[in-house]
Design a protein around this ligand. Structure first.
Ligand code: HOZ
Length: 436
């Protein structure tokens, strides 16, 4: 498929912006080739600058669970914009929005709105340190919590895609306070708490990981983490930026019944506009300024357009009682169809699907950790990615990202995706045999 305009735009962009993009994972470094420049999107489809249309499973990396340009979300944004785009003062709609988030997410008794998932996680960590008076942070290999200094250690997403071991600019003394453990290793968890428990301010985890591909917790793992945090007085933070309002209305914590102390939210909560949030136990949240001494602020926090988009999105998710059942069905039909197609063609894939997110790894072995994910054949994922792109399906341009079916994906989209995959798996088989 020829994408002349995308290629020309990318060449120009590379002269203007680092790597030609405003966020690294967009640059296709994990799969090679030229990023597709998007000119518009509607429902389940995106259209590139050359006029090609693709079934989209990136969904802006998660937010677009209702599909692109949902008419009611757009109307809410347009209506809000007509009344002014930013005031830097409180608005009535923020109360309605906060009430809705608190009603939907089990752990959230109070909430603070911010502008990005990164801001939510780094604020939640500062809060945990301020609340406990302790320095150390526990995180898990392959989990990605945005690009805050303490969090870029053994991270997933773009850090994994680009194979960056540590980021220049992050001071060693900051990184030293982050302890990383393998995901899904309960023994390592017990050991780390036995050794560092008294110094731990917080443990932060994606309760279903989505930034090393989609990796769920093994049964009992989150429960063990909850118990150890409680015993040792560490704040448990669930990073539900990706999973919140996606795997269930109240995220993983609702789905598995494990309640963290703090939760970070992003993506869907902003309805496709730059908005994120952190919230949790009232006694902890009341340490945030101006109620308490832990400072965190933002000129555009609670921006009226973003709140309108987020609120309308959450309302629509709540108004349709069958929505999450349908999302689960679409997602599992797609995941099953893709894995069956791989078997038919003779390609080894494995993976996980949890609610409306899933991923596939080219591997003979199951994936339960970052080490497992990294052992998969990322070169074959790249071949698969391009095979799908050329057949009109837009997947994440990295083996270490999740895919996001949404409410706009119909059975026909799923069938077309599986048919395209059958052919793209053929490309993979040929590439694998050529590589020996
Ligand atoms: N959390 C998103 C994907 N893992 C990040 C998107 C980005 O880094 O651009």
């Amino acid at each position: 498929m020829v994408r002349e305009r995308s290629e020309a735009l990318y060449e120009r962009a590379c002269a203007l912006m680092p790597g030609g993009v405003n966020s690294p994972v967009r640059a296709f470094r994990g799969v090679g080739g030229t990023p597709v420049f998007v000119r518009r999107a509607s429902g389940a489809l995106i259209e590139d600058e050359d006029g090609h249309s693709y079934i989209d499973y990136v969904a802006s990396w998660g937010p677009m669970i209702l599909g692109h340009a949902h008419p009611e979300v757009i109307a809410a944004v347009v209506d809000a914009a007509a009344g002014g785009t930013s005031f830097g003062a409180p608005t009535a709609r923020e109360n309605v929005f906060a009430e809705r988030i608190i009603a939907m997410v089990p752990s959230v008794e109070k909430v603070r709105l911010v502008n990005s998932g990164t801001e939510a996680t780094l604020s939640a960590i500062r809060l945990a340190r301020g609340f406990t008076g302790r320095p150390k942070l526990l995180k898990f290999e392959g989990c990605y919590h945005g690009h805050g200094d303490s969090l870029l250690v053994d991270a997933g997403s773009g850090v994994a895609t680009l194979g960056i071991p540590g980021t220049p600019g992050v001071l060693p003394e900051v990184a030293r306070n982050t302890i990383t453990l393998p995901f899904n290793d309960e023994g390592a968890l017990e050991e780390a708490f036995a050794r560092h428990g008294a110094e731990l301010a917080a443990a932060i985890i994606e309760p279903v990981a989505g930034n090393m591909g989609c990796v769920p917790p093994r049964p009992g793992y989150l429960e063990a983490l909850r118990r150890l945090c409680t015993v040792h007085g560490a704040v448990l933070i669930f990073d539900e930026v990706m999973t919140g309002f996606r795997v269930a209305p109240g995220g993983v914590q609702e789905r598995v019944g494990v309640t963290p102390d703090l939760t970070t939210l992003g993506k869907i909560v902003g309805g496709g506009l730059p908005l994120a949030a952190y919230g949790g136990r009232r006694d902890i949240m009341d340490h945030i300024a101006p109620a308490g001494p832990v400072y965190q602020a933002g000129t555009l926090s609670g921006n009226p357009l973003a709140v309108a988009a987020g609120l309308r999105t959450l309302e629509l998710l709540g108004e349709d009682p069958g929505l999450y059942v349908r999302l689960e069905e679409t997602s599992s039909r797609l995941f099953r169809g893709l894995t069956e197609a791989a078997v038919e063609v003779g390609v080894s894939v494995t993976g996980h699907q949890v609610g409306a997110m899933f991923s596939l790894y080219f591997s003979d072995a199951e994936v339960w950790s970052f080490a497992d994910a990294k052992a998969s054949r990322t070169d074959l994922y790249a071949t698969f990615f391009h095979g799908m792109l050329d057949r009109g399906v837009y997947l994440a341009p990295s083996a270490f990202e999740a895919l996001f079916p949404g409410a706009a994906h119909t059975d026909a989209h799923v069938d077309r995706t599986i048919a395209a995959a059958r052919e793209a798996f053929g490309d993979v088989l040929r590439a694998a045999s050529a590589a020996g």
